[in-house]
Design a protein around this ligand. Structure first.
Ligand SMILES: [Fe+2]
Length: 439
């Protein structure tokens, strides 16, 4: 969505997204999960990459001191660009500490495509590269040919976006060469190739959807033919993640990309866009949608190609020690407060205390859904007294949203770990073993 103020409130409806869980049982800094796939490569040195998505960074000069900006965010989808500097500082320390072989950024770099935000972010990428970590980016639907605005204290004003040519210039050091948009392949570490696949649509004006075209297919097949171990990266989803979310987030032409990856035994695509942490699987192909960096719990992921040819994906949270004291609590409460407000506003009936209880439940539910920790089979959700109150709110929009999420079989979300996921992982190892390199 672009144009005027509506551009900054695009994703305000929580039902745009989906999925959460009870943090009572989780260590906040718990390293969430992994998938292991044997690529049957010859012995190689370990390759480690870090990936992050949906930074939605905004240059402070475009909102500093603006009450209106905070008001817009408070009615938004949980993003906290007002803390963008703190988040980037923490991510930088994380990168320095881990020294990955590359940082992969899968789109929606900026809040809504502001040129100033792009320029500032590119400066930050330069600092990362100066520290010895190559950075590779693709744009998302919020990055090019948008209609962004900046904010004064109580008003907003148009600000410059970027054309594809300007994007190419600003990020010249962080994009490779290719013939289909900003699609390119880069070698990372020892023997891994990352096919950065730009499926976003922005040639005339930014569109929300993504498309994998025949031109993408021809380019990608060339990459796959020429490289032994490949993973891909897209902004939009490659696989359906949830019934609730797939309509808005799955790229058009995903079947063609999936078929191509299966043909060449590619097992992993890194994506973002949903803002929800969720890993989907079809056969031996995984689409790991990374939770948005701009919302609590501010995820990034580590991908490791081990020397035995196995590939591991881990979703992580920023080290709290790299953030200001209390930051994660503040950010979590920001996101929770938005859900509470939406729940209260969604035509629920009851006493004041009952409404408070329902709003608190809605907030916890939404946090779990987005952070990838919601478990539909966790009885605590239905035995909660507030659940009984919610069951009486048949016409409430928020109840309908929660029911949709609850009704979905989410056992395929490998981020959840646990019984089903473990079984799946075991099965994956057995079925795929050491075989896939023969192509
Ligand atoms: Fe997006």
């Amino acid at each position: 969505m672009t144009g005027s103020l509506s551009c900054v409130t695009e994703r305000i409806l929580l039902p745009d997204h989906g999925k959460q869980l009870s943090c009572r049982h989780m260590n906040r800094f718990f390293i969430i999960f992994l998938l292991v796939l044997l690529l049957s490569l010859p012995a190689l040195a370990e390759t480690r990459l870090m990936t992050v998505s949906d930074l939605h960074y905004m240059a402070p000069s475009l909102y500093r001191g603006s009450e209106l900006f905070l008001h817009v965010l408070r009615n938004g989808d949980g993003k906290v660009p007002q803390y963008g500097e703190e988040l980037l500082a923490a991510l930088y320390r994380e990168i320095i500490a881990q020294q990955p072989d590359a940082l992969i950024v899968t789109g929606d770099l900026t809040f809504n495509g502001e040129k100033k935000s792009h320029e500032a972010l590119a400066d930050w990428f330069s600092r990362v590269e100066a520290a010895g970590v190559p950075v590779w980016v693709i744009p998302g639907n919020h990055d090019i040919n948008t209609s962004p605005v900046g904010f004064d204290q109580y008003s907003y004003f148009p600000t410059e976006s970027v054309t594809p040519e300007e994007f190419a210039s600003i990020y010249a050091d962080f994009i490779g060469t290719g013939t289909v948009g900003f699609s390119y392949a880069v070698p990372v570490g020892s023997g891994l190739t990352v096919a950065m696949s730009d499926v976003s649509m922005y040639q005339e004006q930014a569109q929300t959807f993504g498309v994998f075209t025949a031109r993408h297919a021809a380019w990608l097949e060339g990459v796959l033919k020429g490289n032994a171990a490949v993973i891909t990266a897209t902004h939009h989803s490659l696989l359906p993640h949830t019934d609730f979310s797939k309509e808005n987030y799955l790229m058009f032409g995903h079947e063609d990309m999936q078929a191509l990856l299966e043909k060449y035994n590619v097992h992993l695509n890194l994506s973002g866009h949903m803002h929800i942490q969720h890993v989907a699987r079809e056969g031996s192909l995984y689409d790991a949608a990374l939770g948005a960096f701009c919302i609590w719990p501010h995820r990034y992921a580590a991908v490791t190609l081990r020397d035995d040819g196995s590939l591991m994906y881990e979703a992580k949270e920023l080290n709290a020690q790299y953030l200001p004291d209390g930051f994660l609590d503040t950010s979590r409460e920001w996101f929770a407060g938005i859900a509470r407000d939406k729940a209260i506003a969604s035509d629920i009936a009851g006493t004041g205390i009952e409404k408070e209880a329902m709003a608190d439940y809605a907030a916890r539910f939404n946090l779990a859904y987005f952070s990838g920790t919601y478990r539909a089979d966790d009885a605590a959700w239905t035995s909660d007294p507030a659940y009984a109150l919610w069951e009486k709110q048949k016409d409430s929009l928020f109840w309908k949203y929660m029911r949709l999420v609850m009704a979905e079989a989410n056992g395929e979300n490998l981020m959840l770990g646990g019984r089903r996921s473990s079984a799946t992982l075991t099965g994956m190892k057995q079925r795929h073993g050491v075989k896939d390199a023969q192509r």
